[in-house]
Design a binder for this molecule. Structure first.
Ligand SMILES: [Zn+2]
Length: 148
């Protein structure tokens, strides 16, 4: 008996490349940049974590809460934070149990939000009792994408 593979855990290498619909190439001597390149260039820029550079939220996720995107609040220790509100922040992880103690948005419980990549404290996630929620991210801990 020879060696056998350990059961199950072999990664199956597989190419996910797909030809563009329509099949045949239109006879030019050289195709232009592949579909991957074009898509990368068109991709929306990210607002990034200042500490590690990971993408945190997209500019399109910015929302106004109570009529404003930016808010200034002090925590119970007197530290002032300037935050921006985001409907979603894919790179921000909400940690801990939600609490309404000292909440800045009435009716909303908050959790600490950290960078999913480096765990730097980036802000808070606010969840309303009604089920909605948003992120309030500390603007000075983020890097805006270069203006297009
Ligand atoms: Zn980070």
């Amino acid at each position: 008996m020879g060696e056998r593979e350990a059961s199950g855990t072999r990664p199956a290498p597989r190419s996910a490349r797909r030809a563009p619909p329509g099949g045949r190439e239109a006879g030019g001597p050289q195709a232009g940049p592949g579909p991957g390149v074009a898509r990368l260039a068109a991709e929306e820029p990210w607002i990034r974590c200042r500490a590690c550079g990971a993408g945190v939220a997209r500019p399109a996720d910015r929302i106004a809460v109570g009529g404003r995107h930016r808010h200034r609040f002090a925590n119970p220790y007197g530290i002032v934070f300037e935050i921006g509100c985001f409907a979603a922040a894919d790179g921000c992880l909400a940690v801990g149990s939600p609490t309404e103690e000292f909440t800045w948005f009435s009716g909303h419980a908050w959790q600490v939000g950290v960078c999913a990549a480096c765990r730097t404290h980036l802000g808070w996630r606010f969840a309303s009792a009604a089920g909605g929620g948003f992120f309030g991210l500390i603007l000075e801990r983020l890097v805006e994408p270069p203006a297009a």
